[in-house]
Design a protein around this ligand. Sequence first.
Ligand SMILES: C[S@@+](CC[C@H](N)C(=O)[O-])C[C@H]1O[C@@H](n2cnc3c(N)ncnc32)[C@H](O)[C@@H]1O
Ligand code: SF4
Length: 321
Amino acid sequence: MHRLSAPFITVVSITGQCNLNCVYCYAHPLTGQHVPTSDVLRLVRELHDLGVFEIVLGGGEPFTHPEIFNILDGIFEFRERVSVLTNGTLLNEIACRRLAAYSSKRLHMRVQVSLDAIQGHINNAVRGCTDLTVNAIERLASTEVDLQIAAVVHKHNIAVAGQIIDEFYPRVKNFHFMNLMPSTKLRDNRRTADELCVDDIQLKNFFDALEEKVSGLPSDLHVSGCADYVREVDDVPRWSAPGCLAGITRCDIDADFNVLACSMAPEAILGNVRDRSFKSVWLSERARQLADMEAPLCSAAGRTAIAQCTDCHCSMNRGAR
Ligand SMILES: C[S@@+](CC[C@H](N)C(=O)[O-])C[C@H]1O[C@@H](n2cnc3c(N)ncnc32)[C@H](O)[C@@H]1O
Ligand code: SF4
């Protein structure tokens, strides 16, 4: 199959540290180490020069990195757009002002803050520090930062996750609802997986209710979701979920510089970019082989062993490409 000369989106983990310990997190176990700023900038520069459209900084928690603003400053010297995924808990007033300053210079600073529920007892049970996260959202919502709230949908929040929109729209206009994916942490803890997993019907009902809510609201509200389960249930694709594109249009680079087709399949390593260029890894024979695999990589890595409902939403379309 023809291979893209570069991925469309790449998530670069800039740290192996986090101040939370979310029960489902795919980033665990973490290295505990921050990636040196010069290495992050070299890598992001190469991704930029290759034409990667969406470069996302993740982790761990990017704002535990002591040089996060040097990294952002450095990226904005050669690029006008970057995204950061964060739990928001370290975004005090000064940090929010610094993020807002990029946007006021007409740079595209996108910040995705993770929050599973506005109800503290629900969000705290799976993530933690809800008040700090909500404070950060409120601060950023009053700036020009391109803000998105992202929630993982599971048993604890499925009845109330949609209320996040009621709480923050129209101050926040972008929301993303993801279903729970088969992380190593969940695979290793079957009990937690069972406590969190929802089934296809529950997920379909959730997205149906969300669709109804969104249809009654103005068109400046953007809601995205991973809902291939809807297609599986009634064969009607109503949400944009193009199937598993791991290693085809996207990849993740972990804090050890491993290029992964998907964080859900940490064994599916395309190569390591500590001493090699990203381009040579992306265009390698190994990367081609992984991209051509018909089975979803997460299942190939033995991840179907956990509850079926935690299988990646994307996986079912892979063979149908
Ligand atoms: C690994 S975190 C890293 C960035 C930051 N620490 C945060 O929490 O946003 C990136 C995103 O992945 C989500 N996530 C983690 N584990 C997941 C899983 N098993 N299934 C679906 N999403 C998951 C988190 O909720 C978060 O939105
Ligand atoms: S989801 Fe983010 S905040 Fe939660 S443990 Fe993982 S890296 Fe940390």
